[in-house]
Structures are given as structure tokens and as C-alpha cells.
Design a protein. Sequence first.
Lengths: 296, 508, 345
Amino acid sequence: MTVLIGILNGMISGATPILLAALGGAFTYHAGMFNIAMEGMMLAGAFGGVMGSFFLHSWPAGILCAILASLVMALIFILFSVVLRTDEFVTGIALNLFAVGATTYLLRQTFHVKGVFAGPGIVAIPKVAIPLVDRIPLVGQILSGHNLLVYAAVLATLATSYLVFSTRFGLRLRAAGYNAACLDSSGVSTTRIRIHALLLCGVFCGLAGAFLSLGYVTLFAENMSAGRGWISLAAIILVSGNPWGIALISLIFGLFDGLGLLLQGSGIASQFTSMVPYIATLAALYVYSIRKKGRA
Amino acid sequence: MEDLVRLESIVKVYPPVVAVDDVSVSFRRGEIHAVVGENGAGKSTLMKVLYGLVPRDAGRIFLEGEPVNFRGPEEAIARGIGMVHQEILLVREYTVWQNVVLGREPMRALGRMDEAEARRLVGEKIREFQLNLDPDAVVGDISVAARQKVEILKLLYRNVSVLILDEPTAVLAPQEVPQLFAELARLRDNGRTVIFISHRLDEVLALSDRITVMRRGRKIDTVQAAATGKEELARMMVGREVVFSSRRTPRTPGVVVCEIDNLSVRGAGGRERLTGVTLRVRAGEIVGVAGVEGNGQLELVEAIIGLGKPESGSIRVQGRDLTDEPILERRRLISFVPQDRGRMGASLGASIVENAIMTHHRLDSRFTRLAGLLLDLPFARRFAQRVREEFSVSMSSERDPFRSLSGGNQQKVILGRELLLDCPFVLLDQPTRGLDVGSIEYVHQQVLGVRDENRAVLLVSADLEELFLIADRIVVMHRGELVADLPVEQATMEQVGSLMLEGRARAS
Amino acid sequence: MTRKILTGIAGILVALLIGALIMLAEGYRPLATYAALFQFSLFGLSPLATTLKNSVPLILTGLSASIAFASGPVNLGQPGQLAMGALAATLGGLFLHLPAGLEIPLLALLAMAGGALWSGLAALLRIAFAMSEFIVTLMLNMIADFFTAWIIAFPLLDPKAFSPMTRQIDRAGWLGEMGGFSGSVLFMAAAVAMSWFVFRRWRAGYEWRISGQNSLFARLGGCNIDRNFVSVMLFTGALAGLAGGLVVMGGPHRFLKGLGANYAWDGVMIAIVAGSGLIATLLYGLFFSAIQTGSLGMELITDVPSEIAQVLQAVLVLVIVAGREFVRTALDRAEARRQARERAA
């Protein structure tokens, strides 16, 4: 039983960064943009989180700095792909590589270490116990006691769903994706909508990065986003940007991530367990593609 | 009637082309004013300048006597000027009311829209202008004519006083046009100004109060519609006498070259797009396929060339069953000029010679060496020169990018490439779309020439005038079915128009 | 053509300027740093040879990406294909013992086969199940990474090693030097020449290019899109695989952790900055190699950490690519204004 609870908790933890990043990416997806820079934004966020938490001695500062760092990436993306009209794919790839290079460089410059920084001065984001709920047997152990950002992710899913489907902003956002020329000729600047979408993405990816370096574990490692940005992209595409679908897919990926850790104890080499999320993505893509082909 | 809008000495350059060359024209309150000219004359560009979609390089614009400078459509709409584009610009996934209020949504608290209020306002406008639309219908599901009405409704919701319409009848069947004209006349009588861009002279003469003619970016003249006629307008548009009669000499067709039997195609979403089409095309004849766009013509063309897989039926050319054959095998027997030059007929970024040798590079061994492995570039270049000479293409070097050619010249290269394949069956889909009158004449000449060489031609065209000009037989597509097959001598435009719209001929 | 060269040079200068500003902000001296950078990469036979040798994986993976992008398939799997190619070459080198004249070409072929196998897998999934090769190649990268990590840590682990790595391959497979220049450069030159020839002179290359520009047009013209897709993926996978094999043969002579480093992603970057042009890929590959090679030496003299090379590269990519668009629209607008003025006069 404890094993099951462990798996479920691991699933939720593993799902959180993917969910947050994918929600951010959902905004740009609905706006008709091809945004593959979530990986870089998340990585920048992770680094910003550690910087803020370490130097300002508090985890709220860490979260704030994570968001700021991610927003810097988003602003660069905006500058190149929206203002200068550079191809979005190219901008995204360049930005991801820039994020890796910049964080690695700054890691060395600031902390004088290579690879990983895990100093004791980093203040982690606390876990939260929900009163009353945490006393429910079994279920309480799953629902309560998670990192603060996990609950933030749940709220974020609600917020995203509301924003995209019930507000004027959402109507215009989706119109930008369906028919940008129509939106422009209706008197609304598609450019401005896309900038807002990118900024929202930056905020969400910053939160995802903060969770990686201040919640999941308390350290920064080179390239620690480790392909989660790509997985969140796959999640968005698989459910066509639906926030609740994204939540479901994220949980599934989180499950495989957690399963990987579990299998580690059983003697299967760690490399194979680490492969599991990526094989899972391939499997999901297979199912998606077969279904799409069948419908056509 | 005073001037509501005045354009003074407008210049717009798209290097190296001068799209609008020092044009001055004014529009009055409560009039229907047509702007006519050939494709490329600058009519659309001029209106886009007025509307703020495109910045001008010189000149001034006055609205009610005041100089204005719209930096974008929002500003134009705010001042009461709206434009309905040729490509209908609507969000197909949204409903009618969502499309109409987009950009001017009535609001509630917390960023929510007031949906009930939006529906009410839209319904009110529909009733006021008698537009016969359902506010909750999804735009993707309604007819093209209805979509056009939604576009107009969108502008009326914003209380525009000047409506610019760009080639509105291009997407309508002949029988749908009078309803549109009645709506526009109502708007004019209501005190609004309608600016109407077209190259269809009969319609323009029937509807407008005044007509401005443009040619090659310049304004030729503005005349009263009542005081002019088709020949005079055509002369102003083209600059020389235009022949309106057919150059076709009747011929007896030869053996059957293309046999299409009981062809049925199911489209995406499971709907039947083509039902039981049976058709014969003989050597030395041109069969014209008429129909409002979207009634199965595209599916027919795609099935013949091999892009779509038919559900049932067969396609034979010269006795050979091509129904299951890959595209390359069909190309041995079928020359194909597709609908959309840039999307299907060429690669705009590649050079002219690279575009010219497509398909030849597989079917003609002279284009390759070493058992098909290497390209014979000198031969390819000589071939491009041959296309240039035989089809009068105006170009500098065959190594230039294809997009550097004008539309007419691009089409000539494509036509040349396809006709030089020497296939017995020639399939043409809207071959004169977007071309100037001179190029259109040239293409017609070439197609008639192909017919005289005893090849079989299937010509799909949305231009009824064109079909009546060069086709020997006319077939009509309606909702995926072939509803008529007539020799051109026995058909009339009204009859064909009726078949196009309703599927049967109306007793006249 | 001249426009491309101008944008390139302008872009490089702007990127170097931005790099200089970053250095100033950190308290370093830009001119001395750049001088050291280029001294250690270009000035002298030995630096030049090193730069050339280091450029091999960059140029080959860059070529792989360029040809793929220009032909349609989005092959982002160079990191994985490089790893599998390196693995294949290592396996061959560990178990096959032939004279050098045979061993070296054989290992090179094995490397190409390894890379082609990995990219071929992605091609297969695309053709059979319509799975986007964009995502598949990315996922295969990670899988290849973990798979090779396992192989060198367990089955093929060198028992005498202190970190995961295989034993050294047969000496016959070691690529030597000639006149100071590494043999891998020869292989690279041959691959570049072959690629150019196939891409621009073969009928297949013609179809690839047209398919990449407008696949519908190519299809209607009778090209077999699916078959071309697979050929391109196999060809470009082989190029990336060859890069991996050459790294093993010309470098540590064994598969060790971090072998591929960032080569393959740099290759993608190079392809992007080169606009998928073959000659441009070659030139930018050399330039990036110069920056990377020089930055190691630069660190010794000036204290500037070598990671600045990564930052410089990314800045360069963004500047050049944005610059391309910017220059084009600026020139068009200037031309329009000029013609308008002519009309008014």
C-alpha cells in the first residue's frame, strides 16, 4: 500500500513541471504559434530560482527570480520572432541552446562549480499540508503534503481553462490561431495577443523551472530540464491544447517517471528506467497518429 | 451629393512594380461606385491603401474634407470605412455571432463576454438589413454566399458608412448575384457608400452609379455607368480592341481517350464529395466542367491525377486502367496544369529550369545520364530555352528564381512544361485564374491548338464566359454529381447557371 | 549571393560586438580575449590543424541537418545518430581485427550504418504510422543517450577504467595524422564533396530539393515522396553517424561518457545559421570550430571561461538569422521609397 501511495505521489511530482510548462505552451499553441522554447524557458527558470533563493535567502524570492529569468527568455523570443519576424522554429532552437550555454556559463561564473550546484544556502519551496484533508486515511496522504507549486499547478489548470474558453482574451487568442488575418482585420492586433501569450508562457515555465530546482530537488544541474520541454510540447499537441487533457497526459508521464524510479530499486539498470518517459512519449504519439489516420 | 472620401495622388510601390501610380479618385455619399481593371491593374492595392492595410508611399486621403491617415484597419473602421476581402476572412470554427462581434465584444465582469447581449445585437442587425442568417450557425457549415453576408454584417455591426467589396461575385453562382445586388442597393438607398472592385463588366454596368477604370496602376477615367457600355470599358481597361467572340472552329471529335466511369469519392469527414460521375473525353475535343467551386470539381481533378483515392469507379486513359496507379504512371498519359500555380504547379523558390524539367526528369531519359542517376544539366537548360521560345515566355535567365516571373509568364512555363510532355490527355484546372487579359488570350490560343493536335482536353473552370468561348461540350457539377452534358451550341448561360446552382435547368 | 555574404559578415561582427559587451560587463578585456581566441585557433599550423579536426563533427552534423531541412524531413536526431554511429564504430573496432587499410574504411562504413539505422527507425515510424519525425528523432536522441550510457557502463565496460568507458579499439582503427592534419579531415572532405555532388547533380538530389521546397508540387510531378523521405533520412543519418565514428577513431579511440558533447546540437545551429546551404554550412562549421577551439586556449591566458563560446554561438545564430529577415525588409522598404520619390519628381 505504501508502495502505491509512493507511486501516486511520485506521479504527481513528476507531472507538475510538465503540466506547468505545457499550460504555458498551450497559450502559444492556441495563438497559432510554433513555440518550442519551453525547454529553454524552464531551464532559465530553474537557474533563476536557485539564484534568487540562494542570494535573497527566501523561496518566494526564488520563485520570483525564476519567473523573471523565464520572462527574459520569453522577451528574447518576442524580440526575434514577433518583432523581427524570424522563423519561430529557428528562434526556439536558438533560444534553447542559448539557455543551456548561458546557464552553464553563469553557473560557473557565479558559484565557481561545474555540473551541479547544491549548496546548503538554497531555500527550498515548502511542502503544504492541507488541514483536515491530511487526516483522511490513505487518500489524505496523496492529496495533502505536496509541494506548494503542485497546488499552484492545479490552480493554473483551472485558470488556463477559464482564460482560454470563457473570456474575451480567450476568444481572441483562439481566433489568432484559427485565422490571424481575420483577427487583424477585425481590429485586434494579433501581434499583441501573441506577445501576451508568450509572456504567460514565460510565467508558467518559470514556475515549472522553480519547481525543478527548488521543489523536486534543491539544486541546479547543467541542462536539468532534460527534455521535459519537449515532452510538454508533445502533451500539448496530443490533446490539441486542452488544459484538462494536458493535465491527464502530464499525470501519465509523471507516472512513467515515477515508475522509472521504482524500477531502479529492482535491479534494472537506471539508464533503462530513465528511458521510460521518452519511450512512453513515442507510444503516445503512436496511439495519437493511428487514431488520426483512422479518422481521416 | 458631396464627396465623402477623396484619394489624392496615391502612389504605392512594390519594388520593382509600381502597383498604384499617382491615382486620384473620389467617392460620394449614397452611391455605388465600381473600380474596374484587369488583374494587376492596382484596384485591390488602391483599396488596401485607403483601408490602412498597406501603407502608401505618397499621396493624401481625405474623409469628409479632413485629411486622414489610417495606420491599420481598426482606425479605418473607427472612422466608418470597412472592407470585405475577396478571400472571405472569417473564423470557420466560430459561429456567426462570434465572428461578427470579434474585436467589439460586449463585456461582463472579470473579462467575460456577454454572450446573450452579443446574440441579441447580432440578431437585431440581421433583421434590420434582411440578411436571412442564423446567428448560431457555425460559419464553416454555411454556404459561401452566406459567409459573404456575415462579412458584410460584421461591418454593419460596426456602423460603417463606406463598404468596400473586393470581387464579391467571384465566389457566387450567377443566380446568387441579384440577391447581393439587391442588398447593396438597399445599403445605397440607406445613405451608405459602396465601393465595388470587379473585372466583370456586365455586373458592374448593371449595379453601379459611377465606374472608375484603372490600367497598370494608373486611373484612366471615371464615368457614369448609364453613359457607357461594355466595349468602351473593355477598351479603357486593356488599351486596345478586345474580341468577345469565340475563335473556336467546330470539329468532329475522334476516339475516346479518357473514360471515367461511376467515380465516387468520399472526403474527409466521411461525406460523399463525388457521386457516380461518368464522363468521356475524345481526341480533338475540349470538355468544359462548369460548377460553383466546391461542388466536387477539385475531387474529380484529384482523383484523375492520383491525389485522392476513389471509393469506387474507374479511370481509363487510352484504354489503360489508371484507377490504382501511382501518380508517375498516370503522368505518362496525362498532362496536368493545376489550379494553384504557387501551391501545386511550381516551386517558387526553385529556378525556372528546375521547374521546367519536373516530370520530364523521370519520363524522358534524355534528361539524365548514367542510367538515370545524374541530371544532364546542359540538356535541361536547352529544354528551358525551348519552352521560352515555343511559349513566348519573357524571362532573363533560366537560372533565375521562378518567382521573379510575372503570373502570366509563370503560367506559360507551366503550360509549356505540361504540353511538351506530349500526353494524349490534358487536364486543366482554372488555367487562366489571376491572369491579365493578354495572357488569358494566349492560354486560350494554346488550348485550342492542343485540341487541333487531336489531343483530349478536360478543362475545369469557374469562368462561364471562358467555357462558352472555347469548349466543345459543357458538363455541369452540382453537389458532387454530373447533372448535365451538353454540346456548347445547345447550351445557354442562364441554363448552365441554373444547373450550377440548383442541379436542374429552370424552364425559361 | 552577395547579400548572404554581407549578412554573414555583418552578423559575425555584431555578435562579436555583443560578446565584447558581455565581457566588459564581467570585467574582462575584449580585445585581448579575442586575440587569444583567434591565436589559439587560426594563427599557426598546429592551431589550424586542431580547429580543422574539431570541425569534423560540427560540419558533418551540420551537413546532416542542412540537407534534411532543405529536403523536407525535420531530422533533429543528429545527437542520437552520432552516438549510434560512434557505438557501431566502437563495436567494430573492438571485435574486428583487420589491417589498417581495411579496418579504417570498414569502421567508417559501420559508423554510417549505425547512424542510418537510427534515423531509418524514425523514417519507418513516419512512413508506417504517420508519427511526426520531429518528435520521434528528439525522443530517439534521449533513448540513444541512455542506451549508450548503459552499454559503456556494463557490457562493454573497460575493467581498468575509473569511469564508464569501453576498452580502446584495435590500433588498426586509429586514425593517424598526415603532416600534422588528422585523417578524419580527409573523410570529412570526401563526405562534403559527395554530399554536394548528390544534392546538386544527382536526380535524387533534385527531387529532394524540390520536395523540400514544395512537396505537393513534387508529388504531382511524379516524385515518390515517401521513398525520397526515407532516402533523405538514411543519408543524413549516415552523415551524423560518420561524425560519431570519426570522433572515436580520431580522438579517444574508445567510447566514453560525453563523447558526443554538444556537437550535434551545434550542428543543427550551424545548419540554421547557414540557411541550410551546403557551402555556408562548411564555412560556418569552420568558424564555430575556431571559436570553440580558441576558447579553450583563451581560458589559459585570459581567465575568461570557455563557456563563453556557447553564449557567443547562440548570440551569433540569433543575430544572423534575425539580421537576414531585417536586412531583406529594410532593403525592400528603401527601394519602395526610392521609386515613389522618382514617381513624384
